[in-house]
Ligand binder design. Sequence first.
Ligand code: ZN
Length: 460
Amino acid sequence: MIWSRHGTKGCGPMTEQQRQILECMFGTNSPCMTYPRMAYSAACVLTRRCPTCKAALQFIWLRKGGKYSSFDKHRQFLPADHPFRQDVKNFTKGVKITEIAPPIMTGAAIHAQIDALRVNDGGGFVGYGEEHAWTQKSGLWRLPYIDDILLPHNIDVMHTEKNWGEALFGTVMDISDKTKDNVKARVDLAMLCDRPRYEMRSPGPGRKWKKTQADFVLTRAQKKEALEWIQKLQFPDGYAVNLRRGVNLTTMRINGLKSHDYHIWIERLLPVMVRGYLPDNVWLVLAELSNFFRQLCAKELSRAVIADMEKMAPVLLCKLEKIFPPAFFNPMQHLLLHLPYEARMGGPVQFRWCYPVERCQKVLRTKCKNKCKIEASIAEAYILEEVSNFTTKYYGEKLPSVHNPPPRYNAGDNESSLSIFRGQLGSASDARYKTLNHEEWRRIMLYLLTNLSEVEPYIG
Ligand SMILES: [Zn+2]
């Protein structure tokens, strides 16, 4: 620990290790961006301000959609001579961008901002929602090392990726209550952009409003093919089982998708699923997005790759802005811009994202049997588990226990004297009788004879 109980011990110059520990702590304890709170912020806190850009970046308000959007807020992060900056057609119509990117705030700058907060008479801080999004001052800001922090916030990659996956899947599959390309989005698009093909036109009196088919949406036949493909996919055991199980060909959607399913979908399935269905220019950008997340979530990160990704992120967002309507870009979508920088500062994402926290929460939730004494119920179950863990350490080797579970496959002893049948073999399911045809019998014999070491002396 870098911090003693009394808060004074070890307050000399901060070592690199101490700095990393402190950044880890802030990753999980920051007042603005704790892991679970990040999920919360995706829905409500993160509506007006980016936690990294803060007041320097103002999201736009979509009048018809009634929500904030980060559309056309990424051209300022491009190099000064990038052609997208001068594009008056594909982004906000008639607008060129000359501003430069807002600086990334250091721990010292945020500390100064927090010190300047004034308490409101009715609770909260003055200017909340307009100038800042602080709801509390954490005690961690009193740490003496706080000003040296390079990464004061930790954006949760799990929820960011899930948000992207959800928005993309709903839009590409045109799921009525999930798509970001609805009628309101088309009306907002007509106000902001110069894309006459996608504008809603009055259908005439007594007739129903209808959207034109967008480039990034699959047709009904393509959706059916894609879902049938997902239904037939073979994944490794326990990898993405819900993706297959949840496919519903009647409603043309996949039910019960969770964060990890979107993680698999966006990183592995998306480019394959839409290839050949969407135009090449759209597919290329989606494949680039998929590759972006795959590289970001790699077990090991290369500094050179991350540096490239930092440059690539705003270009990728701009390319997506050229394809999708403004309503697609929630403020959460903007966070993709900061993920490579955070990975450079904080290291690989698997140490900073929310999966382990949520899995632990699930385990704890299942321990809660008595709903009126939640904490005591969890504590009692946890102690029982600890006791059983320690006692079973002294059990015999062959006795099944939590430390010595029976193998899931091929359980049972085998007494064959032939080498090919030795080892932990056995039936994986109930035995069934089958009469082999000649071809099957020939193949089995060939396999046995070519893999039996006992036969080797008799061959050639
Ligand atoms: Zn930002």
